[in-house]
Design a protein around this ligand. Sequence first.
Ligand code: VGL
Ligand code: ZN
Length: 199
Amino acid sequence: MGQEALVVIDVQNDFCPDGSLAVTDGHLILPTVNDLIAGFEHVILTQDWHPERHSSFASVHKGREPFQTVQMSYGEQTLWPDHCVQGTEGAAFHASLNRTKAELVVRKGFRRDIDSYSAFFENDRATPTGLAGYLRERGIATLTLVGLATDFCVAYSALDAVRLGFDATVRLDACRAIDLGGSLQAMTERMREAGVMLA
Ligand code: VGL
Ligand code: ZN
């Protein structure tokens, strides 16, 4: 079965109340996430890390508003408020997140022309972040995923994890969703169908 790791997705200020892409009650997961961190031998964090004027920001698309979708070279892309800009307070981890034990921080979304929801692949579903190779080299085969947001970065990461042959469990009590047009239910179903364990 190999080793197990906890993957903590995007617990950053911009996804918490008062952040620019606030996830309702996002901060409420912190006690549970910190308890899980304490119990895992291996902990990996991801950090959404966009350059200014990133192509996923509605502000760079004339006449478009946040939460609309546009067609990109790699497919459909939801447009977001500016968020998690490299080096800003919004991109920093929430102050209550216990990151002492983190063995790896995966930054993603740092290429201006492509977004990256998943911890494994950018939104073209083909450009790897390097996480799969890192886990395999370290003999880590079983993942528990938590964080923000359930229906975007957590779900895409979990779907890629099972596609790549990892065992993946999402702890829904340690996640919160954006829920855009039914995306929470849709992505929960996709995860279940794909063999992601939901706990
Ligand atoms: C996320 C939208 C845009 C997430 C990141 O962490 O779920 N969602 N960037
Ligand atoms: Zn983002």
